[in-house]
Design a binder for this molecule. Structure first.
Ligand SMILES: Cc1cc2nc3c(=O)[nH]c(=O)nc-3n(C[C@H](O)[C@H](O)[C@H](O)COP(=O)(O)OP(=O)(O)OC[C@H]3O[C@@H](n4cnc5c(N)ncnc54)[C@H](O)[C@@H]3O)c2cc1C
Length: 419
């Protein structure tokens, strides 16, 4: 079959890679690069860094790790791949150093029993929250309501939990608090090695940088990718699907796979069905600013900066109210130790403009009560009027979800061909 894939993120690349041997595939990507939110950048001094997607827990990503194996792409442990939480107003925080230099930078306070106990409250609180979920007691409740039900989820424990969820969802703390508690508990149950001491050995990165697998996928479908090609609309009829490009050019295909965000897919469809309108229309996306810079000023001393360092502020109630998520890029396996770049998502502090090298905006789905309610029904859209959908919004918003939904689309199209 002649198949059009719209969107060159991990979902579109995986779908095209799987369909390519059996079909005539064309992948349309509106920007000038493939990878979507898996965004690689070559710095002025020639270091390849990943400014966004970089880490994958082994427990929650079985399909993604299988795909890497198939492509022959190696992964590596992220040395010191842990988190630090730094209060921008008090210049103090919760640090989990894994090196002697880090312990020395913190002083003896790190060993105080009260500090150690604070960290131990997180797994206790999470176990209690998961127990509540299993009993159905968090159904329909917001994360804010769940936090009030679990005595451990206050103070530093609440800071750690909410900052980590910002990292895992690209949502702000305000958005998280109003979001469905059940969704985030299910996500943490699935990715149980991420907010846990296991993360130290279980969360891995791509040995030569995230771009290594993006390139490996792109090479497998060479000649099938049209970069810088936006789609204006998609018309469906009994004989197949017509793509109208931004240039006005019209191209005919037997099938189309939407691997772009749900809201973009709905906008492109000329006459969406009632289900498409309802299920895709439930998704809101947010444009998140991501800045690549070398400004250490807002951060704690380098020995206390971990792979992910959260710079947070508290609200009037003394609880964490906002945070930025900052990747210290020297922890990426391919980057040299001399690297001093940060990638800051949603910076909530002033940056020295002279130290900013690059910035971009990345789009991510917002997981709220309306959107999450569609997740189980989204696969029902596939196969209707020659149209298929995939992307990270089919699951928890991560790479595994994008890959799993793309593999399902490829399998369904192959089954359609055989029938
Ligand atoms: C800062 C940041 C860090 C992240 N870190 C991680 C991480 O470490 N691990 C992890 O698993 N996940 C991470 N994520 C989540 C990440 O978004 C998903 O894992 C995944 O990359 C999403 O893939 P996708 O293919 O579904 O969508 P996208 O990557 O959003 O790809 C969609 C593509 O469709 C294209 N497109 C849109 N409209 C059109 C159109 N009209 N015509 C043609 N093309 C179009 C876009 O340009 C884009 O390339 C991170 C996200 C962000 C923002």
């Amino acid at each position: 079959m002649k198949i059009a894939v719209i969107g060159g993120g991990i979902a579109g690349l995986t779908a095209a890679y799987r369909l390519h041997p059996h079909h005539e595939v064309t992948l349309f990507e509106k920007s000038d690069r493939v990878g979507g939110n898996a965004f690689g950048y070559r710095t002025r001094d020639g270091v390849e860094v990943d400014i966004a997607v970089a880490a994958f827990g082994m427990a929650g990503y079985p399909n993604f790790y299988r795909l890497l194996d198939e492509l022959g792409v190696e992964t590596a442990m992220c040395p010191n791949s842990y988190m630090s939480f730094h209060d921008l107003d008090t210049n103090s925080g919760i640090y989990m150093p894994t090196t002697l230099a880090g312990f020395l930078a913190q002083g003896l306070s790190a060993l105080r029993p009260s500090k150690v106990w604070k960290l131990a409250r997180l797994p206790v609180g999470l176990a209690r929250a998961q127990h509540l979920r299993e009993q159905g007691l968090v159904d329909g409740k917001t994360l804010r309501e769940l936090l009030a039900m679990v005595p451990e989820f206050t103070g530093d424990t609440r800071t750690i939990l909410l900052c980590a969820l910002c990292l895992l969802s690209s949502m702000s703390i305000a958005e998280l608090l109003d979001a469905p508690a059940r969704f985030f508990l299910e996500k943490l149950a699935h990715h149980h090695d991420v907010i846990s001491p296991k993360a130290f050995y279980s969360v891995r990165a791509i040995k030569k940088g995230t771009q290594a697998y993006v390139q490996a996928l792109a090479e497998r479908i060479e000649g099938c990718v049209r970069l810088g090609t936006g789609i204006r609309s998609v018309l469906r009829a009994a004989g197949g699907v017509t793509l109208v490009l931004e240039t006005g050019e019209k191209l005919h295909f037997d099938r189309v796979v939407f691997a772009c965000p749900a809201d973009a897919a709905l906008r492109l469809l000329d006459a969406p069905t009632e289900d498409e309108r309802r299920l895709l229309g439930a998704w809101r996306y947010k444009d998140g600013r991501v800045v690549l810079h070398r400004d250490p000023a807002p951060f704690p001393p380098r020995a206390l900066v971990q792979a992910y360092t959260f710079l947070f502020r508290k609200g009037p109630d003394g609880e964490v109210a906002e945070t930025s998520v900052n990747g210290a890029l020297w922890y990426e396996p391919q980057a040299p130790d001399t690297c001093d770049y940060f990638s800051s998502q949603y910076p909530n502090f002033d940056l020295n403009p002279a130290l900013i090298e690059f910035e971009t905006v990345l789009r991510t789905p917002v997981f709220d009560f309306t959107s999450v309610a569609t997740t189980k029904r989204l696969p029902e859209l596939n196969g209707v009027q020659g149209t298929y959908f995939c992307g990270s919004y089919f699951g928890f918003g991560l790479h595994e979800d994008a890959v799993t939904s793309a593999l399902a689309v490829a399998k369904a199209l192959d089954a359609e061909k055989r029938a």
